[in-house]
Design a protein around this ligand. Structure first.
Ligand code: PMP
Ligand code: GLN
Length: 377
């Protein structure tokens, strides 16, 4: 077959979760909770189903849910998106990102991404004939190098993708980063695509959403996901907000990509979303897990890097092994019984800082059992 993506194999998340299952290892690799969401959420979906709301939702999403999203975004970031024209419910963040790329990137266009880069972006860019242009975050602070970004911007630059809080680096963009991004994109037609699926899991200061910055918001599509926020990664329901001219283009593709998203799931989330304490409480919920997991690793030979956001923890393992990170991750899964993600998977050239990623969105007992194994390594 004449592959459009000859360099793409199976996503690292599938590879490591399968290996974890095959080996019976504790799976701290792929990011998903091992605990349940609240019954109130399931009850709300059940009620929607029983009341007969099981047919196609409107293409843009259920109005109740779009209203809830509009109110939440306005309350948090001060920008009010129009419920009818500027909010679209998507099949998770992944589809929103893919659709946004497909809607704006033409063959030969360049898209600037920061490395380490979440693994879905570049295959999406290349599928539609675009070219990813990489700017590496510094190591080990994972800060953007804006002079480098500036040097990459040219007439072919169509889009810049910003992921904050950042997976896998657990770093955050600061307000100053957003100010520089605004300056660099001023007087261009560059679209900024914000992946903010960890918007509610930001441990240091306020999350710098693109929606907070009027100049950037005017050129941005901003994506989030209920999978992360409500512990339901398997539901694949997310959304995108953006100014009407951008959203019109987004929907041209969205309507033929998925057309619409699971109706009772949307209605259940719309009801559940009314109580803001559910998303506002997420940061304390995960801070406790982060601190608990970091304590578990005290006395181990892993060197923990800062975790400023997301539900991941990076660690250097140089004191344990000089294996490349993929080999180390495989060995960890098979021999130690704890599956992790090798961070080189997020670099196009396999760049390897000998760092692995743990997911701590797990029950305390899971984290404690993993800790026991990790302290013996
Ligand atoms: N972006 C980032 C940075 C992620 O970590 C994930 C995984 N949750 C996604 C996008 C995909 O989200 P979803 O499962 O809603 O498609
Ligand atoms: N976002 C999740 C992670 O980073 C995985 C999602 C997926 O498997 N595609 O682990």
């Amino acid at each position: 077959v004449d592959s459009k993506l000859p360099w793409v194999g199976t996503t690292i998340f599938t590879v490591m979760s399968k290996l974890a299952a095959d080996c019976g290892a504790i799976n701290l690799s792929q990011g998903f909770p091992d605990f349940q969401a609240e019954p109130a959420l399931f009850d709300a979906v059940h009620r929607a189903m029983l009341s007969g709301r099981n047919q196609y939702a409107p293409m843009a999403g259920m109005p109740e849910l779009r209203q809830g999203i509009a109110d939440k975004v306005a309350a948090l970031y001060g920008t009010r998106y129009d419920v009818d024209a500027e909010i679209t419910v998507t099949a998770g963040a992944t589809q929103a990102i893919y659709t946004a790329i497909a809607a704006f990137v033409r063959p030969g266009d360049e898209v600037i991404v920061f490395e380490p880069v979440y693994d879905s972006y570049v295959p999406a860019i290349e599928t539609v004939g675009g070219r990813a242009v990489y700017s590496r975050l510094t190591f080990p602070d994972y800060r953007p190098d804006w002079n480098h970004v500036k040097s990459l911007i040219g007439p072919r630059t169509r889009m810049i993708i910003v992921n904050t809080p950042n997976n896998p680096s657990c770093s955050l963009f600061a307000a100053e980063d957003m100010a520089v991004l605004a300056e660099l994109t001023r007087d261009t037609d560059i679209v900024v695509l914000g992946d903010e699926v960890y918007e509610h899991i930001c441990y240091e200061g306020a999350h710098q959403s693109l929606c907070r910055h009027p100049e950037l918001a005017a050129r941005s599509l901003v994506v989030s996901s209920f999978g992360k926020t409500y512990h339901i990664t398997g539901w694949k329901i997310g959304y995108v907000v953006g100014p009407q001219p951008l959203m019109t283009e987004f929907r041209k593709v969205h309507q033929f990509n998925v057309f619409t998203v699971n109706t009772p799931g949307q209605l259940g989330i719309a009801e559940y979303l009314q109580d803001a304490s559910r998303h506002l409480g997420l940061v304390d919920f995960y801070r406790q897990k982060r601190d608990f997991f970091r304590e578990q690793l005290q006395g181990s030979r892993f060197e923990l890097l800062p975790c400023r956001g997301t539900y991941f923890q990076l660690a250097r393992y140089g004191a344990i092994s000089d294996k490349p990170d993929r080999e180390f991750a495989e060995w960890m899964t098979r021999a130690v019984g704890v599956a992790v993600i090798p961070v080189s998977a997020f670099y196009h050239d396999g760049h390897d800082d000998r760092v692995v990623r743990f997911c701590f969105a797990k029950k305390e007992e899971t984290l404690a059992a993993a800790g026991e194994r990790l302290r013996r390594v």
